[in-house]
Design a protein around this ligand. Structure first.
Ligand SMILES: [Zn+2]
Ligand SMILES: [Zn+2]
Length: 357
């Protein structure tokens, strides 16, 4: 009978999968040792021992590994391997779930004061239901006129309104004030300094000139990141990986937008180094059509020592539950919870935004 599978390769594969799933070392070693012990055996002896049940007489081979070898020699995928493959990723799911559970708020959301679909009160109540302790309201800044960006006067009105809404919200939850301020062509921020200083959290994003050439875009971003008012750098590359989900409106979405958009070109290492230096958090934007930054850049920001904020950029209450998507990508890149600013309490978050260099 022809050998359909290589039992040694199957044992090694199992060891690899166990290791990747962060299983105990002794379990990984059991499969590696068996693979090593059997690798030197002539095929005829291997088949004979599997047939008469004497594989376990060999040092390093136990019942489980012997059974895998027998199944493999019979041309079947070992049951152990099949189960492992079937449940692959479950540990990662657990990590993403743990990260999501550690989040205590959302630092990037919109209301119908700019281009969101719902009143502030409704967004807040949805956040309460999700178990958040805070929601940072970050409507757009004046020059993003397509998104009804707030003038300084309207933002002042909004601050008064938020104070009233907060007074009526349940104990233990509050709306934090904020803005998603446009990073202008020269890297300055599109709102008055005194207002930016007054807000709890400032997210800054590039919404125009996304095709600026590399050195210009890098300069623009570096200047913004160095601005002491900027706490979080929003959707870093500006990319769109798919069209908007049905029924979802957002900045610039008037039914005739391009389906996808390439990443902006900038020196990511320089920008992330500046984020680390100025303690500006890098946003992991959870929107399905953005998925920004891409994973390779999340890894680089992590290596650079940056903090992160896992945000939804929600424009409607239901979208506040999209943090899960950002958590999945963060977990895939190994972002630990203690590097994520919205795992902090509102008090700690606001202390951080006000004390940053
Ligand atoms: Zn934005
Ligand atoms: Zn936004």
């Amino acid at each position: 009978m022809a050998r359909a599978r290589d039992p040694i390769a199957d044992l090694r594969r199992i060891a690899f999968l166990l290791e990747r799933a962060n299983e105990a070392t002794y379990r990984v070693r059991a499969f590696r040792s068996a693979a090593k012990a059997l690798a030197g055996l002539p095929t005829a002896e291997l088949t004979e021992r599997a047939g008469n049940g004497t594989l376990t007489e060999l040092a390093g081979v136990g019942d489980v590994t012997a059974r895998c070898v027998a199944e493999s020699l019979a041309g079947e995928e070992p049951v152990y391997l099949r189960r492992l493959v079937a449940t692959e990723g479950s540990d990662l799911d657990a990590e993403a779930t743990a990260l999501r559970a550690a989040l205590r708020g959302d630092c990037h959301t919109h209301s119908d004061w700019s281009d969101g679909g719902s009143p502030i009160e409704e967004m807040a109540l949805a956040a309460v239901e999700l178990g958040h302790e805070y929601l940072v309201l970050t409507d757009h800044s004046p020059r993003l006129t397509v998104a009804r960006g707030l003038t300084a006067a309207r933002l002042r009105q909004q601050l008064d309104h938020v104070a009233q809404v907060n007074a009526a919200l349940p104990e233990g939850f509050r709306i934090l004030t904020g803005i998603e301020v446009d990073i202008l062509a020269d890297g300055s921020l599109d709102q008055d300094d005194d207002l930016l200083a007054r807000l709890d959290v400032v997210v800054g994003s590039v919404h125009s000139g996304l095709k600026d050439e590399r050195s210009k875009m890098t300069r623009r971003m570096l200047k913004a990141v160095a601005n002491p008012h900027l706490d979080i750098l929003g959707h870093v590359t500006g990319r769109m990986v798919s069209s908007r989900p049905a029924g979802v409106t957002g900045p610039g979405d008037r039914g005739h937008r391009a389906r996808t958009r390439a990443e902006s070109d900038f020196d990511a290492d320089a920008v992330f180094a500046a984020c680390a230096e100025h303690d500006t958090a890098v946003e992991i934007n959870s929107r399905p059509e953005r998925q920004d930054p891409p994973k390779r850049l999340i890894r680089r920001a992590l290596e650079a020592g940056c903090r992160f904020a896992i945000n939804t950029d929600a424009h409607a209450p239901g979208q506040l539950d999209w943090q899960r998507f950002g958590c999945e990508r963060a977990a895939l890149c190994g972002v630990p919870a203690d590097r994520v600013v919205n795992t902090w309490s509102a008090e700690r978050l606001v202390a951080w935004t006000h004390d940053r260099p």
